[in-house]
Design a protein around this ligand. Structure first.
Ligand code: SF4
Length: 324
């Protein structure tokens, strides 16, 4: 039997190149080796979202991208966190075994409290407990994480371990599958690509829109004129060539240094590479988008499969803690 992987992602809407090169391609590949459970964590999103008007649209756009990119709903369970309400009960039960001190020490809580002082809500403190519930509800053994998320997973392991010590062996302690997520910078060339920062390139754009978006990218500021030699090592367009035109990256680097290529031509080549690479994805997406019920049906099926596992786990947990 394959080991089970769990991964949760916030409903950030239509996905961008950073999501695609990091999480999505990894999700697709994991399906060969693991029994995968992929969750859109809409309840988590409420801890930082003040405006939820776009939530449903964001979930829809995100899932459409996932499916078109190759996450197969017949092999993997794809569902929305709140469609399996058992997670909230498990969250409450796990909160009874989680010392408050563990949660108040979490660096991301302190960071979020600093970023949104007007909305330091209880959910922010309890976030790691809900995350633990997400994972252990499905008895997942493996969680793909980047290095920066290791402390969160360690806390989830501690909570699971504490529950097991108090009430008997119930949950596997989830193991980290350390995954090198490439750091994809945005069009500003400074910050990580992010929808919130508005520096992203959505993968579902048309060819023309992609060209227009790439043309807005910041390049080497030393190249004020076409004849100025460039420094590709500091240019984000050059880094993106690594993913979308890898066979040309070396020659582009040389041509940039000798000013044999201008930034407009270089960006045009990149946009062409992105469009060629994403062409099949965009065709599949258009086919799926033409079926209005498709995403809804996939998510309903995912939720009912997830619920079967969740209900069995919760029955066991209720027994362990003496509620039945
Ligand atoms: Fe960047 Fe290409 Fe311009 Fe060089 S030619 S600075 S690599 S965009």
């Amino acid at each position: 039997m394959k080991r089970r992987v769990f991964s949760g992602a916030r409903p950030t809407g239509r996905q961008h190149l950073g999501n695609y090169l990091g999480a999505i391609q990894n999700y697709v590949n994991l399906q060969d080796e693991y029994d995968c459970v992929y969750c859109i964590v809409d309840i988590h999103a409420l801890t930082t979202l003040e405006n939820t008007a776009d939530l449903q649209q964001n979930i829809h756009g995100m899932v459409l991208d996932w499916l078109a990119a190759g996450i197969n709903p017949e092999r993997s369970i794809i569902f929305v966190q709140s469609h399996v309400p058992e997670v909230t009960e498990l969250h409450t039960l796990l909160s009874m075994v989680t010392p408050l001190g563990w949660l108040l020490r979490v660096p991301t809580f302190k960071e979020k409290a600093r970023l949104q002082p007007q909305n330091v809500n209880y959910g922010l403190v309890g976030y790691p407990v809900l995350m633990t519930a997400d994972i252990v509800l499905y008895k997942a053994e493996v969680v793909p994480v980047g290095e920066d998320q290791l402390p969160h997973l360690e806390l989830a392991r501690e909570i699971a371990r504490r529950f097991n010590n108090l009430f008997g062996d119930t949950f596997p302690e989830p193991q980290a599958k350390l995954t090198p997520f490439p750091l994809v910078l945005g069009l500003d060339g400074k910050e990580k690509m992010s929808k919130q920062l508005g520096n992203d390139i959505e993968i579902a754009l048309s060819d023309k829109e992609t060209v227009a978006r790439v043309m807005t990218a910041v390049t080497d500021p030393a190249r004020r004129y076409r004849s100025d030699p460039g420094h590709p090592e500091i240019c984000n367009i050059y880094r993106l060539h690594q993913y979308f035109s890898p066979s040309r990256q070396d020659s582009i680097g040389r041509q940039c240094r000798s000013a044999d290529i201008g930034c407009v031509d270089c960006k045009t080549l990149l946009a062409r590479g992105i469009n060629a690479s994403l062409g099949p994805f965009r065709e599949r997406r258009a086919v799926l988008a033409a079926k209005p019920q498709y995403v809804t049906d996939v998510l309903a099926d995912g939720a009912s499969r997830a619920r079967l596992i969740a209900q069995e786990t919760l029955r066991e947990v209720r027994q362990r803690v003496g509620l039945i």
